[in-house]
Design a protein around this ligand. Structure first.
Ligand SMILES: [Zn+2]
Length: 86
């Protein structure tokens, strides 16, 4: 199977805010089920389920490293938004 860069994941909406998400933020490889990402619009922690459908990540099930990674992405997003005057 072949995937072009702009369509790494199925088109779907953020399960938290409904923002359309066409690919994983910052990911250059096709994600796999169980991978984590963060909604670029609302900053919700999301995970890829079967079929690469996004669901809200169960934070209580994550390890320290995974939580730290999510916090880092959320922090980066917050800074980027501030930079753009939001
Ligand atoms: Zn969202």
């Amino acid at each position: 199977m072949k995937f072009d860069y702009e369509h790494l994941t199925p088109h779907q909406n953020c399960p938290a805010c409904g923002h359309p998400l066409s690919r994983a933020g910052g990911e250059e490889q096709r994600p796999e089920a169980g991978d984590l990402t963060v909604c670029l619009a609302c900053g919700a922690a999301l995970s890829f389920g079967p079929g690469l459908l996004l669901v809200k990540a169960d934070l209580s099930a994550l390890g320290f490293d995974e939580l730290a990674e999510i916090r880092l992405i959320q922090h980066t997003l917050a800074r980027a938004k501030k930079h753009h005057g939001h």
